[in-house]
Design a protein around this ligand. Structure first.
Ligand code: TXA
Ligand code: MG
Length: 343
């Protein structure tokens, strides 16, 4: 893969010894780790979306992440680790349910909310006694965390409230001038953010749906996992109604495709369908409506359509089951215009 160059941030693919990392021949990943250890902010790939990483133990570095993202301080960050053995630096009281989930899904797109240790600054958790932790299933991310020797807190590497980035170019376009380095690991395989599950008070609850579904979690835990379905009563400070939003207004539908509302309407479909005349642009997210493929393409498609000068984007909802729930969660937030947060 080509390393994208940017005048402000160094964008490198992090291969050991690659001669392209700034022309200096040293490993880009080592350099990124070095910057992170010195309090820098580095965007890096994960299997879900790109993250905006900083040393989770360094409050100054964490503060820079909030500043770069323009993220309100009441919205806590996820802490990323590379090794189960290092969980004890981050979290206390790991309940049996968490052990089962880690054994089944780590490394992978599952974030688990646990009690935090005093090593984690309050800024990371927005003052909460809990911390959200995950181990990403991405070699570059794992190698980076290992090389840093500290856990990395990393929100999605987008300006607050905008669509999450699934390619290094997405990060460079919006935040390239503000970060110290962008590591390019190619397109993210999963494409939407991790499932977040809270196991701190008895019954496990899903705070954010993802490709690890309620059904998969329930199977591993041997009990029903509740889904938080309402957007109106956020349980986590960051579960705000308006999120993942492109600038173009979005109209959601299920079933019959509505007639094009005007001359500059775009249509985003889950799978191939017969399209009524009048749409200026039509995008299909999966050749056979496969939800995993839809998730993989969703954010890149929203970003691309957002640049097309459309008056409105008409978007088909997924079937409300399995991964479809996570897709619909992102689409409803993207389409939400009446949320309190306009980030
Ligand atoms: O896939 C992902 O999770 C990506 C990659 C980069 O790892 N990260 C990500 O981070 O999506 P972010 O900051 O965009 O979303 C983190 C979410 C927020 O909604 C936040 O409220 C929630 O995690 N969260 C963080 N700490 C929490 C806690 N202690 N309790 C409940 N929710 C928490
Ligand atoms: Mg985010």
């Amino acid at each position: 893969m080509d390393a994208t160059k940017n005048a402000d941030a160094q964008v490198t693919d992090g291969c050991p010894g690659d001669g392209r990392s700034g022309g200096e021949g040293a490993c880009a990943l080592e350099k990124a780790a070095d910057e992170l250890r010195r309090g820098g902010v580095v965007a890096f790939p994960t299997e879900t979306v790109y993250g905006l990483g900083a040393d989770a133990f360094n409050p100054k570095a964490v503060a820079r992440v909030f500043e770069i993202k323009q993220r309100p301080s009441f919205d806590p960050l996820i802490v990323h680790i590379d090794d189960r053995a290092k969980l004890s630096h981050v979290a206390l009281d790991v309940p049996p349910a968490a052990e089962k989930l880690m054994a089944a899904f780590w490394p992978g797109p599952l974030t688990i909310v646990l009690q935090k240790t005093p090593l984690i600054p309050d800024l990371v958790t927005s003052g909460l006694p809990t911390v959200a932790v995950r181990m990403p299933a991405h070699d570059m991310a794992l190698s980076l965390i290992r090389a840093c020797g500290v856990p990395l807190c990393a929100p999605s590497a987008n300006p607050f409230g905008y669509v999450s980035p699934t390619r290094a170019e997405h990060v460079v376009e919006q935040l390239g001038a503000l970060v110290d380095r962008v590591l390019d690991g190619g397109p993210c395989a999963v494409g939407i953010e991790s499932t977040i599950v809270d196991v701190t008070d008895g019954a496990p609850r899903i705070l954010r749906p993802g490709v690890i579904t309620a059904e998969a979690l329930s199977l591993v835990l041997g009990e029903d996992v509740c889904r938080r379905t309402s957007h109106r009563a956020p349980l986590a400070p960051g579960m705000l109604p308006r999120h993942y939003s492109p600038r173009v207004p979005i109209a959601l539908f299920e079933g019959t495709i509505p007639a094009a509302p005007g001359n500059a309407a775009g249509l985003l479909l889950q799978g191939p369908r017969e399209v009524p005349a009048g749409y200026a642009l039509v995008e299909v997210l999966s050749r056979n409506g496969d939800p995993a493929e839809v998730a993989h393409h969703l954010f890149a498609a929203l970003r691309q359509l957002d640049r097309k000068d459309l008056d409105i984007l008409v978007v088909e909802l997924a079937d409300e089951r399995g991964i479809g729930r996570a897709i619909n969660d992102r689409l409803r937030r993207a389409g939400c215009r009446d949320g309190a947060d306009q980030g």
